[in-house]
Write a protein that binds this ligand. Structure first.
Ligand code: CU
Length: 482
């Protein structure tokens, strides 16, 4: 069932469609003012916050803190520190992580280490519930390539709410091989966590998706970067490295630079690309990351260059209608760097030798309650049911089939990295930024995407849509590696 059919069956479609698209919007998408980010106007005069960095052996707690998100003053938010979001955890490849986590919330939570290839017991399966006042010691060895990963709660039915209210942070893996590339670092390496929020009249975060928004995704009208509303960053005339995370529940960004410069993409989800790729547009679905270099060396002192969203199409009815600004880079310093862009980055070996192709068909069903409209292979998530059994050490091809759908689904697999083999239908191409190891892939309407993966950890993991409204609605399956 596609969205139009869904609307009809909801009794909304016939009238609304006959009356034209504006009524369709007002009927179906209550609160869809969220589709129009209010950052087209106004001055970007808030200094970009940068999360503090902690190391592999630290303490972390989920807690309520205070933050100013809009003009209304301080509001309560969730975070892994004292405000929105959490610290950036930075570890070296081969290092043992030992993080003591405490839940200081009034509801259960957990942590999923998005992009880390670690044992099932540490992965943050929805079965893993850390109750209020409870704690858990996360211990695992990081044995993967340098890259930009992240962490957030992963509870069935609560992930969208807890992430929106503030629980998310970056997890960066570094390595000796990466250091040898001499990429911009220190103050020249800046994380950019992009999230959209719907704020209430007192400036607090609202999360109350309607049934229509469970379909399309919950879109907020205020775009924050690292929790900063209308942010600016002062830069000098040199190369910078930005580690960009789309930490939104549903919003897709088509990032561009306002001066027409290219992004030099050096990494994607959890690893670096084989070689740098120049991209004018950087399309990022929820959960995806891009590790990019931007060269400000040709820019005049005093100029402002905006990181913007450019309009796009083909990603469902609710996405891409608007252009808006996200962040202002204010060029305030003259500096020469001696950085030379390497022609190759880190070694990349193509996976082969698949022994099985496993279909994951994205389907919809009519739902009279708010749960279970989004399905994979005709099923909604049931934590007690194992949907797929995979052999340890095997290599498989997984086929994400959205040919019947009309919404975009960023499909994410836990406990493993994958490589994209093909995309048929829709865009019909693999984007340059998708040429490395991935853990989340945007599957647009009408597309079938094939990925190849090798399973290195035993246990129960999940595969799901990272549109968090879809995920909480049940668009998730269990697979067990035996
Ligand atoms: Cu989805």
């Amino acid at each position: 069932m596609n969205r139009s059919e869904f609307l009809k069956r909801m009794g909304l479609g016939t009238v609304a469609i006959a009356a034209g698209s504006s009524l369709l919007t007002s009927c179906m998408d209550h609160g869809m003012e969220g589709e129009a980010p209010n950052v087209l106007d106004g001055v970007f005069n808030n200094l970009l916050k940068v999360p503090q960095t902690i190391n592999a052996t630290s303490a972390l707690s989920a807690q309520v803190g205070m933050e100013t998100l809009a003009n209304g003053g301080e509001v309560p938010v969730l975070g892994y520190g004292f405000g929105l979001l959490g610290p950036t955890i930075r570890v070296q490849k081969g290092q043992n992580v030992n993080l003591n986590f405490t839940n200081k919330l009034s509801e259960h939570t957990n942590i999923h280490w998005h992009g880390l290839v670690i044992p099932a017991a540490m992965d943050g399966h929805p079965d893993h519930r850390i109750m209020p006042n409870g704690s858990f010691n996360f211990q695992f060895r990081v044995n993967q390539q340098a890259g930009t990963n992240w962490y957030h709660p992963h509870l069935h039915g609560l992930t969208g709410k807890q992430v929106t209210e503030g629980l998310a942070g970056l997890f960066i893996v570094e390595s000796e091989e990466e250091k040898a590339l001499n990429l911009p670092s220190g103050t020249y390496e800046v994380p950019l966590i992009i999230q959209d929020k719907r704020l209430n009249s007192s400036g607090g975060i609202t999360y109350n998706p309607t049934m229509g928004e469970v379909m399309t995704g919950f879109l907020g009208e205020t775009i924050l970067v690292n929790g900063t509303n209308k942010p600016f960053l002062e830069v000098s005339t040199r190369f910078y490295r930005f580690r960009i995370l789309n930490g939104s529940t549903a919003r897709i960004y088509n990032l561009v630079l306002s001066n027409g410069s290219d992004f030099c993409v050096i990494g994607s989800d959890g690893s670096m690309l084989p070689q740098p790729e120049s991209m004018k547009n950087l399309l990022l679905g929820p959960g995806e990351r891009a590790d990019v270099l931007v060269d400000f060396s040709g820019v005049k002192l005093g100029e402002m260059i905006y990181l913007e969203n450019e309009e796009f199409s083909g990603m469902g009815e609710a996405q891409g209608d608007q252009a808006y600004k996200i962040l202002s880079f204010n060029v305030t310093g003259i500096e020469n760097d001696d950085f030379i862009l390497p022609t190759t980055l880190l070694p990349f070996t193509k996976l082969s030798g698949s022994t099985k192709t496993r279909p994951f068909k994205i389907t919809m069903r009519m739902g009279h309650n708010s749960l279970g409209m989004h399905q994979i292979n005709g099923k909604v998530f049931d934590s007690d049911r194992i949907d797929e059994i995979v052999n340890l050490g095997s290599t498989e091809i997984w086929e994400f089939d959205n040919t019947a759908g009309d919404e975009a689904h960023p499909m994410h697999v836990h406990g493993v990295h994958f490589q994209i083999l093909s995309r048929k239908g829709g865009r019909n191409t693999i984007l340059p930024q998708e040429s490395g190891w991935k853990d989340t892939v945007l599957v647009a309407p009408k597309e079938k995407v094939l990925v190849i993966l090798k399973f290195e950890h035993k246990g129960k993991f999940v595969v799901h849509c990272h549109n968090l409204e879809h995920e909480d609605d049940g668009m998730m399956l269990n697979f067990e590696v035996i």
